[in-house]
Design a protein around this ligand. Sequence first.
Ligand code: PLP
Length: 456
Amino acid sequence: MKHSSKERPIGGDRVSELMKRELSAFETAHPRSKEIRDRADQSLLSGVPMNWMTRWPGAFPVVFDRASGNSIADVDGNEMIDFCLGDTGAMTGHSPPATVAAASARMAKGITTMLPSEDALPLGREMVRRFGLSHWQFSLSASDANRFSIRLCREVTGRDKVLVFNHCYHGSVDETVAMLKDGEPSFRVGNIGPPVPIAETTRVVEFNDFEGLERALAHGDVACVIAEPALTNIGIVLPDPGFLDHLRRLTRESGTVLIIDETHTFCCGPGGYTAAYGLEPDMITIGKPIAGGIPTGAYGMTDDMAARVLEHTVWEAADVGGVGGTLAGNALSMAAARATLEHVLTEDAFEHMIAMAERFEDGVQSVIDQHGLAWTVTRLGCRVEYMLGAERPRSGAQAAAAFDPRLDALLHLWMLNRGILMTPFHMMALMCPATSEADVDEHTRVLGEAAVALNA
Ligand SMILES: Cc1ncc(COP(=O)(O)O)c(C=O)c1O
């Protein structure tokens, strides 16, 4: 593609030069994090409690000391404005007081017992009110909610396969760690120990591919489509007009269950994308922020789906059938989720968060315009992403092709060194109830400085 002089690509040499400078500044500012990381190698695989924590840019991960609202302080005393928010796990802001109070009260009175607690009832009612589906179950994560939902779909349809969109992410769920390669389902790069060849379990279609979707469902062997209504894990890819209606119509016609994964698109409002745009899924899955960061996932279903699930349940084996978990539905999760939905992620909170995201989007757009960058910015509710390509992508493949890992790493480190934490792996920002105009404007200012340095 030819770029106008206003939209010239950023040179690799300049990126390398700036990266060297930023790495050095990072090391100087984080001696205690480095010391901890050096000792952590002795007991933790790769020196971190979870392998992907090594993927932050910088020679070692920043170790955090405390987080509150949208602010994080690390062990070296550096303060950061947090737009990562635990990759949505802390979309409530860190340690929201109402959640902490309810969880603390609950913890003093028993955390997990295998018996239901009273909080589950108002929580269930609130999930019904927000998302419009009539029956809910709880898990410990969104990954589990997805895993269990897929199993239920297989069971009630008697079909084998799951359909996902290219470059989706639905957590650590075997069937979904897939992508398209030469038009065929393939293991996603980095898929660890897959149990069976992916084509046995999964069909993969490009997002916004109307005909491809029709062809894939015509086989009549797909138990469920599991989809984010807009892709959020390869940058943000919005649905083309009519694509989600097409998806609903084809799934209905082919007897395929439609699962909408709202784990990230909850950013669109109190009832997620589903309520904001009037979707009619058979099932919804969610997790991450619904209990303010205390591990909780949920999956909901329509009356019809609930009846089919009950019909297929072998009650004597309900504890060993592959759906569930000893700690799932525990009293702590229920209390935290109830308080979070009743007092933290409220209608008013979303109004503020979305207004902050609009300001963030405007700020990024002004930097793009002012400096002639070949980038785009996309907003989805209170989530904003800037993508390092001149065209807004319409599919996962297009978004992946535009990705520039070196520039992405540099921008993350540039931000981090100036007190701004962006979601790792792509340039995504999320707003929480505590995000202020001043925080958003600070990001715009720092991005403007990055643009000047890159264009120099
Ligand atoms: C859309 C979506 N669904 C599910 C998950 C899995 O969430 P968890 O890792 O909390 O199980 C993720 C994680 O990023 C996600 O983005």
